[in-house]
Structure formats: C-alpha cells, structure tokens
Design a protein around this ligand. Sequence first.
Ligand code: AOF
Ligand code: ZN
Length: 356
Amino acid sequence: MRLALDLAQGAAGQTGINPAVGCVVVKDGRIVGLGSHLKRGEAHAEIHALNMAGAEAAGATVYVTLEPCSHHGRTPPCCDRLIAEGVARVVVAAADPNPQVAGKGIQRLNAHGIETEVGLLEDRSHTLNEAFRKYIATGLPFVTLKTALTLDGRIAARGGHSRWITGPQAREAVHTLRHRHQAIMVGVETILSDDPELTTRLPVPALHPVRLIVDSRLRTPIGARVLNEEAPTWILTTTSADPAAAESLRKAGAELIVCGEGPRVDLTEAMKELGRREIGSVLLEGGGVLNGAMLQTGLVDKLMLFYAAKIVGSEEAPPAFAFRGPDRMTDAWPLKGVSIEHYGDDWCVTGYPASL
Ligand code: AOF
Ligand code: ZN
C-alpha cells in the first residue's frame, strides 16, 4: 500500500478534479502489476496495473489507494474489471467519497466473493486527496493559503521590497505546489507591486495553474507579465468595473469573471463559480489583504507558512494577514493538525483552520 500511495503521489496535480490513485497487484509474494491514474478521462489506476499483470491477476491481491469505482464515468467501472480478472482480495486505503461510488464498489466486490479490507494507511490517502474530497462533496475548490514570511509575520520590508524572504529550497517547494494546483490566486496589489508571472518554474517541465487575479476595479496593467501566453489568466471582478478597461483586458488575453456588484469581489461567489468551471484546488498566494479576507470569510482550507529566520520590524511592513482580528487572544484563529518541515534554512508550518 505504501508503494501504491507513492505511485499515486507521483501523479498528484495532473488529474484535474479527479483523485490521485495508485494500485499494486501482488501474486504469490511478487509484484506483478503497478499503475497510477495519470489523466482525467484516461484509464484508472487499477486498469493500468491489471493490464500489466495480465493472466497473473487471477487469484492475486490488489492494493489500491481509493475504493474501486462501481459507476460508468468517463471510463467503465474498475470493479467489473477486477471481477472479470478473478482477483482474490482487494485492500483499499480509503472509501471513495464520490456519491456515485461511496461504498458501492466494496459491496459489489463482496457480492462476487472477493475478499475486501478498507482503511490501510487511510490517513495518507485522505491527505493526498484532500482537495478531491472537498470538491466532490461541495462543488467548491480546496484553498491552500501559501505565504513566505519573516518570523515577525511580514511579507515585505517597509518600502514593499520582498525578494527574497525565503531561500531557494523553499521557493522550489512553492513551484512544486503550483504544479499540483489547478489555479493560483493573487490580489491586484500583488500584480502592481511585484509584476509576477505566476507560472511554475522548476528544473524540469511542469504544469502551470490557471492564474486568477482578484481585481474589483480592473487595475491590472495591460503590459503585466501575468497576461503573457504561458497559461490562462482569469480576472475576478464586479459589475461596477469600467467596461472599457474590461474590453482592453479581454483583448490582452484575459477572461473576465464577474462576481457580484462590488465594491469588492464577492469571494464566496467567486469560489462557487470556480467550482462550476471545474477548478478543484486553488493556491492562494496573497498578499495580506486578500489572505485576511479569504481567511475571515472562512474560505481557506489549509495554510502553508514558509518562515525565514529573520526579522524585518517596522509598523509599515506589510503583514501576511491584514484584517482587523479579534480583541482578545482567546478569540485568535486556531490551527489544527499542525506539522513543520525544514527547507534549507527555512521552515514550513502547515495547518488547517479550526472552526471557533
Ligand atoms: C478508481 N480508480 O484510479 C480513480 C477513481 O469519470 P472518470 O472515469 O474520470 O471517473 C472519475 C471518478 O472515479 C472520480 O470522481 C472518483 O470517484 C473515481 N476515481 N476510481 O477506481 C482510479 N481515479
Ligand atoms: Zn475506477
């Protein structure tokens, strides 16, 4: 199962709104087949692994990180294929939360005399597919807020200078995160102050997320690097935005998405619309005002805070979370499931906002 999870993890980020799934077929103590789901619309993990196993699949044990599907989606049900191959036993890490499956896969296998076991390394499967799990249940994207910050919680120095807060290892980890998300989201202030490209830059070719700019008054400059042709750019705006500015941004290649009447972009509406457009995961890269607004609106599912061991001081240095906040420390936003990883001289603190 550990190998099946590693196979799934290797393809994380390339399956769109589909889960990352891995499968290993074992017969008489040897691995006879391996597979991962590689792309939405293409074969599921079990099919690749069973194709490799061939006649060895009969009587084999199949390890799969997600309950085999029982429905006709873009591909036929994996259960039917497992039954047809005559496998003896199926070990599953986690049940499929997709309402079209949700236990029916296991039932179908049992009904055909195949022994099943569910829950082996379940936590790893759940974490790997946390975005899929939210999207399939709610139709809303899973939002990961990522920011680099100084130990005193600032994302730039007094005058706005911010390159770089963290070192090369942390920055490379962020580009891997971009590869694994379907969209990346920033506020227009970030475009105006940093002119970022918001693409994935790794030592190897990788996938670019759709670039999202929250821009209620359409202040994105026509020459901004984010409007280049490397990836699609969607601007989230309001009905009160200037039609002439909208027209020139469209001509420059951006797609405009109207979310409410203003004055600010309705972020809840924006998430619903992104879900309708089959965006299941969003990497929120701030800055502080958008981070604060998203957190306060309850739209952040996960935080990844890359801390550099430095202090920038000053009351004017922009904070990572610019919102009013509670009057009392007892009302601070708690995080749960917190873990810490080292990246060179920096640390990434990962956690999930707990409801108060
Ligand atoms: C599996 N094995 O490897 C995956 C599964 O319409 P489709 O063919 O793209 O199917 C998508 C759904 O199938 C997805 O929402 C999830 O419930 C399940 N994914 N199931 O047995 C796999 N990727
Ligand atoms: Zn399937």
